[in-house]
Design a protein around this ligand. Sequence first.
Ligand SMILES: *Cc1c(COP(=O)(O)O)cnc(C)c1O
Length: 374
Amino acid sequence: MYPYRCWVEISRCQILENFRNVRAVVGPSVQVIPVVKAEAYGHGLLEVARLLERDGAGWLAVSNVNEGISLRDAGINCRILVMGGLLTEERQSLFDYGLTPVIHSLEDLTETNEAARKRAQVLRYHLKVDTGMGRLGALESAEEICRAISQARHIQLEGLMTHFASSADYTSDQTEHQLRAFNKILNVIRQRGIEPKLIHLSSTNAVAYGRSSAWGNLVRVGHALYGYVSAAQGPAPTPILRVRPALSWKARILTVKDVPEGTCIGYNAMYRTPRRTRIAVVAAGYADGYPHQLSNRGKIIAAGALTPILGAISMDVMTIDISQAPNLKAGDAVTLLGSEGDLSVDAQHIAQLAGTISYSVLCGIHPRVKRIYI
Ligand SMILES: *Cc1c(COP(=O)(O)O)cnc(C)c1O
């Protein structure tokens, strides 16, 4: 037993196995960039980065410059792709820390070129085109993009990329549209004699559902590393990627008591016991990142059984019904996310009940929840 109220256990082996499975699926001609933004989706930026670098990752992808700086300060030497856009004042750090930016607009391209000219320092960049995501990425015509690339003589185009909006949605042809739009731009760029070394469009879902025409020679994979693939919509092929969750989330029981029939539990008396009930108060609440939406609805695993959450989830605690597991006592651990025996609750189950997505559940696990690596 760990001496903590609430913690997550993260399996290094499982992350490595997931990474290797991704690499096996895309094959040797396609590189894999592990995405470790947002504290590696709650799994811990530095731990996961070190693990993957040791396992041969040549690149890591983060969202912002600060995450890139944290990696460099921790001694990470591999290439680092900063995907989530740049503020003007963040640009110098690209040079200072050897980070590779994704450039999202032609203005950004001009400014970065100007910064490189002033510093007389070479910088490689990846250019993102908006093929239908409607978020970051250049929307200009292929001709305008080519002109801007050619004019930016102080920086080097290393990669051309885009990002899919709906790659697990087989009721929509948006991914095919985006792929065609991307290839059109790529062809024009190539006709002008510009050859980006790295071509990347796909993240987890496009890998897992085998959209191999969209893999280019690099894929950016986050969710799958941590053991998840989004459920598909519509007539999707069976996923070709097998991954398993690397994280389980536990908390200790603070107290156990028997309450009489008709007892109100928690804020706003959302639950009233229909009979004499044994309850346990568990040391995890919404401040730890457990979604408040699961008040009176969620289930956790206690003593190997699915156990209902009673009443409102509080900031620091939740109450569960342990009438079926009367031997549980203060200090025992329960599983909020993970498996015990044959039972399992994963981030997708929690997300579905909470009306959100598994990404948000994982990223929402608060820093005060102790991370333990096994
Ligand atoms: C977060 C992100 C990814 C990784 O997506 P997953 O679905 O977690 O694999 C890939 N590319 C970009 C641009 C991203 O922002």
